[in-house]
Every structure is written in structure tokens, then in C-alpha cells.
Design a protein around this ligand. Structure first.
Ligand code: CO
Length: 216
């Protein structure tokens, strides 16, 4: 058995003991339910753990992660997480967090076949197509990859705002902010890309959905 696998149970025991020492009611409180104010959509990359880098505790962030922090409109997993977070947990903030050096984004810049993932990465290739001129104009490969990571996050925030889930929440007067962030693995800092959305009018009109008519 790999050493790290054995170690996680030791670590877990220590964590439970230390946590109870700091707050004897910690687990009783969590067992009563969750009311996180934030949904986090991040990359599956092992170096970007949502709670740790944001200094938040269990119960504070609802998390969805996939390769390259994508919001794909036919992804039932993402849609279910988003619907539950917005309509049941009533989160106030949805964060899309990308990270520099993202393997998925870098792979999507090239033409090499990797496997099944190539089909997932097609969605990121679409982001490349949308911002082709800006990206092609950047000569330095690292600078170009970093900008691609940022543009991918910005497009995923837009993709969130295009969903019926987010638009219905906004139309019903629910306070819901969509944010785009990038995490720098090399120094640990989060950067807000300043693309926060909280209103359907920030979208072109052809993306807007009418209010659902009530059928009697
Ligand atoms: Co990544």
C-alpha cells in the first residue's frame, strides 16, 4: 500500500482531535446542515484546493471542480451543482477560479492528442477562437498561456450568466454575484479579474431568456 494512502488516516485522526480541541461543537454544528454563501467552480488540479487557499472552513464553500474550471451548458454535473447552490442553498457568490499553468488550458493551445480529454478541451479551443487575434499577438508563450487562462475564466463567467438558472435567480430579485478569479500557483495569490456580473443587462440581448410564463 502506498505510504501516503496509509498516512491520510493518521492525518484524519489528528485533524479530528485538533479540530475538537479548538471547537468541541464543530462536528455537531456541521452535522446540522450547510448554508455556504459561496459556490466555487475550480480546476481539478491538486495544487488549487478551494478551502485552503481561501482560508475557509468546511461548511463555508460549496465546491465543483473539473478540468480547467469549465461551465459547459450540457454538463448535468455542473448544472445540478449550480441549481442546488442557487435555488436550495441560496448562495450569494459564484466564483469561477482558474489558475496560471493550467494543464488543460495549455494543452488546448496546441494540437497534440492526449485522449478522451481532447473532446472536453474543445470547449477551451472555442475560447481560443473567440480571442484568437489577442492571443496570437502575444509573442512570449508563457504570457500568452497566462492570458488564455484569464480569458477562459472570463468566458466561463459569461457562460454562467447565460444559464436559465442564473437568469431566473436575477429576474426573481435574488442577489447573485458571478466572479472571475485566477490563482497563481507560483506565489499563492488570488487575483480578481474584475468581471463581476450581477445583472442580466450585462449580457447581449440575444442571450437573455424571457421570464417563464406560468401555465394554468
Ligand atoms: Co488546471
Amino acid at each position: 500500500m502506498p505510504e501516503l494512502y496509509k498516512q491520510i488516516f493518521e492525518n484524519n485522526k489528528k485533524w479530528v482531535e485538533e479540530t475538537k480541541k479548538n471547537n468541541p461543537k464543530f462536528f455537531d454544528e456541521l452535522a446540522n446542515g450547510q448554508k455556504p454563501p459561496i459556490l466555487w467552480i475550480g480546476c481539478s488540479d491538486s495544487r488549487v484546493p478551494a478551502n485552503e487557499i481561501t482560508g475557509t472552513k468546511p461548511g463555508e464553500i460549496f465546491v465543483h471542480r473539473n478540468i480547467a474550471n469549465m461551465v459547459v451548458h450540457s454538463d448535468m454535473n455542473m448544472l445540478s451543482v449550480l441549481d442546488y447552490a442557487v435555488n436550495v442553498l441560496n448562495v450569494t457568490h459564484v466564483i469561477v477560479c482558474g489558475h496560471y499553468g493550467c494543464g488543460g488550458v495549455i494543452t488546448a493551445m496546441g494540437n497534440k492528442q492526449v485522449g478522451i480529454i481532447d473532446n472536453w478541451l474543445r470547449h477551451i479551443k472555442d475560447v481560443y477562437r473567440l480571442h484568437y487575434e489577442e492571443l496570437q499577438a502575444i509573442q512570449d508563450p508563457k504570457t500568452r498561456a497566462d492570458r488564455f487562462v484569464e480569458l477562459n475564466v472570463i468566458e466561463q463567467v459569461l457562460d454562467l450568466s447565460k444559464t436559465s438558472i442564473v437568469q431566473n435567480a436575477w429576474r426573481s430579485g435574488q442577489k447573485l454575484y458571478l466572479h472571475g478569479l485566477v490563482y497563481d500557483i507560483a506565489n499563492g495569490y488570488l487575483k480578481d479579474l474584475d468581471v463581476t456580473m450581477d445583472d442580466p443587462d450585462q449580457l447581449p440581448s440575444y442571450y437573455l431568456l424571457d421570464k417563464v410564463a406560468v401555465v394554468k
